[in-house]
Design a protein around this ligand. Structure first.
Ligand SMILES: Cc1cc2nc3c(=O)[nH]c(=O)nc-3n(C[C@H](O)[C@H](O)[C@H](O)COP(=O)(O)OP(=O)(O)OC[C@H]3O[C@@H](n4cnc5c(N)ncnc54)[C@H](O)[C@@H]3O)c2cc1C
Length: 328
């Protein structure tokens, strides 16, 4: 346990959700399957929690210095843990009503349960860290006040602005949503009321298109499946990946090879096929006279690993979609 914590503050988080670039760079991966570092760490830490081996370890001495950490995502939590271990008195300020940043309000609960986040937060509290929620620096407390009150202030505020879709006509239509609004509202409603308050964007009975082929897109698929979407399609602007590394993607780079995430498998099990559609680039959201989303126009794109994009003449017009989740 001690050895594991020397290099990883939160193996129970990374063991669940880290994309594990270390595994692609493992020397065994040159000609075989890599050492399953992520799963091994996860097994060790979960066994440790089960057996009661993971215990709070407050510092033996305090330095008399104090630090305010702004933001309680993984960066804020790790900074707080390290500074507390060094003996400083640490207070974490979080603007949301729950601790965890995107661990709590980005990654779906089904992938990283809130209980797992809080199990660690309680340990950090036992070690002496104070957590304050619903405190937004710059609004409920000023930067000046923090600077006056603490020996140091650390900003761990994350990326709070979603990436837009550019100048695509119709992007303000009813039914077009940012992934983060969809995922955050879903988790908050789940944790607050087990979805009973209905304060979330629902995918139930909708034809869902997820724009973006990355992990956040997969989280949108997972959530939409659970809502009971009518259909789910994930647009990936890139070409379908090969099963083996290409010449321009050698070891020890992160392997850009074909993978089927759990969300893809789930959608396939429910709807009968892998939800991914490759090389589609959205050019317009089609709306009715009340600005409701009724369709989507897209062109097929030719991309390289460098994300250079060139368009072909093929085009796609879909007029059946009732809802769209957006991630870029
Ligand atoms: C949907 C989604 C899924 C993801 N899935 C994975 C995954 O499976 N695996 C993986 O490795 N990575 C994943 N990521 C990426 C990962 O979540 C982020 O890289 C990581 O959370 C960044 O950590 P952070 O602490 O810098 O920021 P955040 O987690 O964003 O935390 C920042 C915190 O600061 C708070 N804050 C901001 N401004 C203020 C202020 N003025 N006052 C007080 N508090 C403030 C915010 O409320 C927030 O809680 C995912 C990201 C998203 C969006």
């Amino acid at each position: 346990m001690e050895r594991l914590h020397k290099t990883n503050n939160f193996p129970e988080f990374t063991g669940k959700v880290c994309p594990a670039p270390c595994e692609g760079s493992c020397t065994v991966a040159i000609d075989d399957d890599p050492v399953a570092i992520k799963s091994i760490e996860w097994q060790i830490i979960e066994r440790g929690f089960k057996e009661g081996w993971v215990k709070a370890q407050p510092p033996k001495k305090r330095t008399g210095k104090s630090v305010a950490v702004v933001g309680s995502g993984p960066a804020g939590l790790a900074a707080a843990a390290q500074l507390n271990k060094a003996g400083h008195t640490v207070v974490v300020y979080e603007k949301d009503d729950r601790i965890g940043g995107l661990l709590t309000y980005g990654i779906p609960d089904v992938k990283l349960p809130y209980d797992t986040v809080m199990r660690r937060v309680r340990l950090l509290e036992e070690e002496g860290i104070t957590f304050k929620t619903n405190e937004e620096i710059g609004r409920t407390i000023s930067w000046e006040q923090l600077n006056n009150d603490y020996s140091a202030v650390i900003l761990c505020t994350g990326a709070q602005v979603p990436r837009g879709v550019g100048d695509v006509p119709g992007k303000e239509a009813n039914g077009v949503h940012f992934a983060m609004d969809f995922l955050t509202q879903n988790t908050k409603s789940l944790l607050d009321s087990n979805h009973e308050n209905k304060e979330y964007i629902t995918a139930k009975d909708k034809n869902v298109i997820v724009i973006g082929g990355g992990d956040t897109g997969v989280d949108c698929i997972t959530t939409s499946v659970r809502h009971g979407a009518k259909s789910i399609t994930q647009f990936d602007i890139n070409k379908i990946k090969e099963d083996i590394r290409m010449d321009n993607n050698p070891w020890p780079l992160f392997p850009m090879t074909f993978a089927k995430e759990d969300g893809h498998k789930e959608a396939e099990a429910v709807y009968g096929e892998d939800p991914r559609a490759y090389q589609w680039f959205t050019t317009a959201f089609v709306t009715d006279e009340d600005n409701n989303l009724v369709g989507l126009e897209a062109v097929q794109a030719e991309t390289s690993l460098k994300m250079e994009t060139r368009f072909e003449n093929r085009s796609l017009e879909l007029k059946k979609f009732g809802m769209l989740i957006l991630f870029y």
